[in-house]
Design a protein. Sequence first.
Length: 423
Amino acid sequence: MRLATLLNLAFRSLLNRRVTGALTLMAVALSVALFTGVEKVRQGARASFERTVSGADLIVGARSGPINLLLYSIFRVGDATANMTWRSYEEIASDPRVAWTIPLSLGDAHKGYRVVGTDENLFEHYRFGEDQTLTFASGEPFRDLFDVVLGAEVARNLGYRIGDDIVLSHGLGEVSFADHDNKPFKVVGILEATGTPIDRSLNVSLPAIEAIHVGWETGAKTPLATIMTADRVRSLDLKPDELTAMIVGLKSRGTVLKMQRDLNTYREEPLLAVIPGIALSQLWETVGIAERLLSAVSACVIAVGLVVILVSILTTLNERRREMAILRSVGAAPGDIFFLLVLEAAVIAFLGALLGLLVLYAGLMGLAPLIQARAGVSLVGLGPGVFDLVVLVTLMGLASFMAMFPAWRAFRNALADGLTVRV
């Protein structure tokens, strides 16, 4: 028989066994969705982390752990255990080996989004992806004390535009009962989307961070904070006393290790300097065991899906002996019966995998924003790719191979065995 005829017979056979076929397709679809989903999320998270900062030679903060410093300073995940002094920042920035620095002061939020105290170096020197720079979708960098520049996601999700007034909150919670309501900020700039934590940040000047905390003690508002309005704090010396961390770019990459060693043995205070790439490698090593475990579990689920295909064909062999005998009687060769069952398995695998991928991408469209909001990780590269095609082709090949056993049994069934009436 021709391939088109065999395909037609395979589809009609599946339609004739709708319930069994549908359950088998669902099992295969779920296994493919889980296996591919785990790999997609893993690759997307890695790509997101690796493209967040490029061109930075060191990240410096109070001594803690390399991964912790990387997570809270760059990815806005977690909190700093301590701060570094402004004096140390100035000494490091004035080092002749240093080309530029970006100060970072964290600790406040606005409706669940982090507020970052920094300076104009953020817009000039910060790099992400393939050495891309920050660009403005509208507006300009902050110039006045109470100017704020929004990340793309903040502006989009909260509906802010240039000229809008916003009030920052003390602390990092999504809901705050301590607002800096007597010192509102004006939106002067909105950044283009970057796919990094910058999109979820509100960027203000370092003096602005000091201004909104005038009259605050140990995280609580005092009467002085209410008295010191936005106009009154302008006359104060708003030089910061401490920072959360700083990003350092060096004039020569050859001085990175020496600079890192000098900062890790800094005498004025305990500091930690990490190389972003090495810290990321340590992060992947830490989560590597969990990744391998998830991959193993998802591979087992794929195996279960293949077994379901095999069982669904095996359990219907006896019921289909008459069908096979009729096909033989109208001219089908024994080889046609063999290839028909193999083709049925391939069709089930193809349709199940296709359905699984559709379910996966529908789910990712809904879950990606939730993962981004809850975990602070912007997944990238989640669209269809070569990996999906490899999964599809491999699954069809394995299903066809496993179907050879029931196909061989059908091949050996005699014509008379199928036509004999059994009581």
